[in-house]
Write a protein that binds this ligand. Structure first.
Ligand code: SAM
Length: 151
């Protein structure tokens, strides 16, 4: 269940009463992302945080970093746009490196221990990130740069 009220209240709390003009909260299955986004949208950055690892071979296509999904993101990502991805899951991380490369992204940086070896500034620790790192699981992360072939 997606609770928009909860998300809205959390954001308002962070903004401490300031006007929020750059936020749109949507509920959409990523597989149908092109129903709401197209080439007229120009997105410079995507964050993918702790998406479901879908470890069974027959389910891997559902991963948010699978080539099938990356090809869809490319429709609205600008040339040079970056995807910031982090996960607790080793299998998902290693496969995702291949997915990004297969889809023509360049891996700018990667780490198998984000908290010890930060690859970006001001990392915001998500709910799942706290849960996994409190359990001693290292956080894997990468930054992948989009290279558009159509321009
Ligand atoms: C483990 S939670 C991550 C929660 C949060 N990002 C964090 O780091 O604490 C995985 C999220 O991915 C979303 N998700 C999984 N498959 C999806 C899909 N096909 N389309 C859209 N969202 C999806 C789920 O709804 C869930 O909210």
């Amino acid at each position: 269940m997606i609770c928009f009220g909860y998300v809205r209240r959390k954001v308002e709390q962070e903004y401490e009463g300031k006007t929020i003009e750059n936020l749109l909260i949507v509920a959409q299955n990523i597989e149908q992302i092109l129903d709401i986004m197209n080439e007229k949208d120009v997105i410079d950055r995507i964050y993918i945080n702790f998406c479901n690892p879908w470890p069974r071979p027959k389910h891997k296509k559902k991963r948010l970093t699978h080539t099938k999904q990356l090809e869809k993101y490319k429709v609205f990502l600008s040339d040079g746009a970056e995807v910031y991805f982090k996960t607790d899951d080793d299998g998902l991380f290693d496969d995702s490196i291949k997915y990004f490369e297969e889809s023509g992204f360049e891996i700018l940086n990667k780490t198998y221990d984000l908290h010890k070896e930060p690859i970006w500034e001001n990392n915001i620790i998500t709910e799942h990130e706290k849960m996994f790192s409190d359990d001693g699981i290292k956080i894997k992360a990468l930054i992948a740069k989009n290279k558009r072939e159509d321009i």
